[in-house]
Design a protein around this ligand. Structure first.
Ligand SMILES: Nc1ncnc2c1ncn2[C@@H]1O[C@H](COP(=O)(O)OP(=O)(O)OP(=O)(O)O)[C@@H](O)[C@H]1O
Ligand SMILES: Nc1ccn([C@H]2C[C@H](O)[C@@H](COP(=O)(O)O)O2)c(=O)n1
Length: 226
C-alpha cells in the first residue's frame, strides 16, 4: 500500500492557506488540519480563564491544562477546548490580537506539535496541514511543501471584503503586518519557508487557480516518490 500523503501548507496571515488547504484536501480525498485554529483555541481558553496572555510564565504554567480536539474533515472543520465547541469564537478580534503572544511560548508549541503529529500519523489516506512551521518543524518529511504568499495590500483587501468592509483596509493591513512580524520574529519555530518548499504567490491568482497549482505540485511530487 502507498504511504499516506502529507502536504504542508505554510505562509503569512491571510495568504489563502485555509481556503486552499480545505479545497486541496477535498479534491485529493485527504484529511485537513488547521494548526492556526489550535493556537487560537488555546488562546481562547487562556482569555476565558483569566490568564494574562502577555505573561509568558503564566501561559507556560497553564499550557498543559486545556484539552484541544480538532476535527479533520475539510468540509466541516470543527475545534473544541475542554468539550466546548470554539469553531466560531476563536475568530474574534480579541483572540486574533492575543494569539501571536500565546503561540510564541515554547510550552504551548510543544503541546500543539504533539497534537499535530498525532493527527498526521492517524490520517489513513493522508492529510493537508496548514500553519507557519509545518514544513520546517512539525512535519519536515512531508511529501509536498507549499509556501503561500501574497502582497500585504492584496491580503488586506481580501480580508476587508470578507468582513464586509466593517474594518478598513488600512487597519486590516496594519494588523496582519504586525502579526506576521511577531510570528516571524519569535525564537521558537518562527514562520519560515522550508528550504525544499515551493513558493506560490497568490496575489494575481483566483482561489481555483491556486488550488489547481497546489494539486499539480502534489501530483508531481507523488510521481517522483511512488
Ligand atoms: N486566491 C484568492 N483570491 C481571492 N481571494 C482569496 C484567495 N485566497 C483566499 N482568498 C480570500 O482571502 C481571505 C483569507 O483567506 P484564508 O482565510 O484562506 O487565508 P489564511 O492564510 O488561512 O489566513 P489566516 O492566516 O489569517 O488564517 C478569505 O476571505 C478568502 O476567501
Ligand atoms: N503552525 C502555526 C500556526 C499558527 N500559528 C500562530 C500564529 C498565527 O498568528 C496564529 C493564528 O493562525 P491563523 O489562524 O491566522 O492561521 O497562530 C503558529 O504559531 N504556528
Amino acid at each position: 500500500m502507498d504511504n499516506p500523503v502529507i502536504v504542508a501548507i505554510d505562509g503569512p496571515s491571510g495568504t489563502g492557506k485555509s481556503s486552499t488547504s480545505k479545497a486541496v484536501a477535498a479534491k485529493l480525498g485527504l484529511s485537513y488540519l488547521d494548526t492556526g485554529a489550535q493556537y487560537r483555541a488555546i488562546t481562547w481558553w487562556m482569555l476565558n480563564n483569566g490568564i494574562d496572555v502577555n505573561d509568558p510564565a503564566a501561559v507556560a504554567d497553564t499550557a498543559g491544562k486545556a484539552v484541544v480536539v480538532s476535527g479533520t474533515d475539510p468540509l466541516d472543520p470543527q475545534i473544541s477546548v475542554d468539550g466546548v465547541d470554539v469553531t466560531m469564537p476563536i475568530r474574534s478580534q480579541e483572540v486574533t490580537a492575543a494569539v501571536s503572544a500565546v503561540s510564541a511560548v515554547p510550552e504551548v508549541r510543544s503541546r500543539m506539535v504533539e497534537y499535530q503529529r498525532a493527527a498526521a500519523a492517524s490520517a489513513a489516506a493522508g492529510i493537508v496541514v496548514e500553519g507557519r512551521d509545518i514544513g520546517t518543524t512539525v512535519l519536515p518529511d512531508a511529501t509536498a511543501k507549499i509556501f503561500l504568499t501574497a502582497s500585504a495590500a492584496v491580503r488586506a483587501a481580501r480580508r476587508s471584503t470578507e468582513l464586509n468592509g466593517t474594518v478598513s483596509v488600512a487597519a486590516t493591513q496594519e494588523a496582519l503586518t504586525r502579526r506576521d512580524a511577531a510570528d516571524s520574529g519569535r525564537k521558537t519555530s518562527p514562520l519560515a519557508m522550508a528550504a525544499d518548499a515551493v513558493e506560490v504567490d497568490t496575489s494575481e491568482l483566483t482561489l481555483d487557480q491556486v488550488v489547481d497549482r497546489v494539486v499539480a505540485l502534489v501530483e508531481q511530487k507523488l510521481a517522483t516518490v511512488r
